[in-house]
Ligand binder design. Sequence first.
Ligand code: NAD
Ligand code: AKB
Length: 327
Amino acid sequence: MQGTILVIGASGQIGTELVTALRQKWGDKRVIAADLRPTDQPELLSGPYIQLDTLDRSAVESVIDHYQITEVYQLAALLSATAERHPEKAWDLNMNGLFILLELCRAGKVSKLFWPSSIAVFGPTSPRLLTPQRTIMEPTSVYGISKQAGERWCEYYHLKHGVDVRSLRYPGLIGYRSAPGGGTTDYAVDIFYSAVENDSYTCFLSAGTMLPMMMMEDAIRATIELMETPASSVKIRSSYNLAGMSFTPEMIGQEIRKHQPGFRLDYVPDFRQSLADSWPDSIDDSAARDDWGWKPEYDLARLTEKMLVEIRRKKQASGETSGLHGA
Ligand code: NAD
Ligand code: AKB
């Protein structure tokens, strides 16, 4: 990679981890982290961090010029649950945030763009099991509609203008370094914090809701691997299906009980249930495997162990820190 990278939406769940991984690879100064919000997170402040509204085209362009940006990761979006509450804002951010970047690529200001899609592009009429790369896609959520439209725009800009845009349909992402924001799959992160803190959890999805999921480390690796693939091998310019594992809340509960036998799981489904019910159970990601060698590393057992160990470690460290402050 030559030049400088800009990550927009850097303070979010994925951004925080992606900035860390990119800085480890390319150095702190070559990765510019940007978000609407200010931050006090040390991992984001290890290199340049700027406050930026991705919907302000001239501000985005100035940043690209100033830092001589060659690659952009556009992560700013409203996720599924928040988008249902704010449809207009979601459409504006999820669409125009992408559109501005596609236009800047077309104008030759940026040479490569990453934009994430989601399993939410599928809907109740898509095949639920091993949902294929190309199939019926009739999303019923505001978020899914915006992601599907975004995919079409990405492919259009590639075919019509030769824009080098790359995308993954992420499943629900699970990590311990950063908190999720406004998604339907967030329960699969919350459950681990609650298990460590309270040995119990009340889930907003029903016990048998099967969804595609992935450990954050796998998702970050997939993102960087896709961006490093030679352009000629990136055959899909809408977005690649990407799979890690599939499980239900009850299945994570059983896995947690292997480490905490007394763990209690209750269910009070809310409006997010209907979003989850419209999404696939599992994903066929053979195109990603064939085109650029994708292979996940984490299964549910490994993910559960890692989440519990790391959250306990974090809790212990913050307890030790607050003890020091209190002394
Ligand atoms: P997040 O909500 O945690 O982070 C989004 C970030 O964007 C936030 O820090 C927010 O402050 C920032 N932002 C919002 N409006 C902005 C604006 N106008 N200008 C600049 N920044 C702005 O989301 P995430 O989980 O990190 O997801 C990132 C991307 O990945 C999104 O496009 C999302 O749809 C996609 N995705 C995420 C998941 C997942 O499980 N986390 C799954 C599928 C797809
Ligand atoms: C959400 O639940 O909204 C996201 C996603 C699957 O896109 N995690």
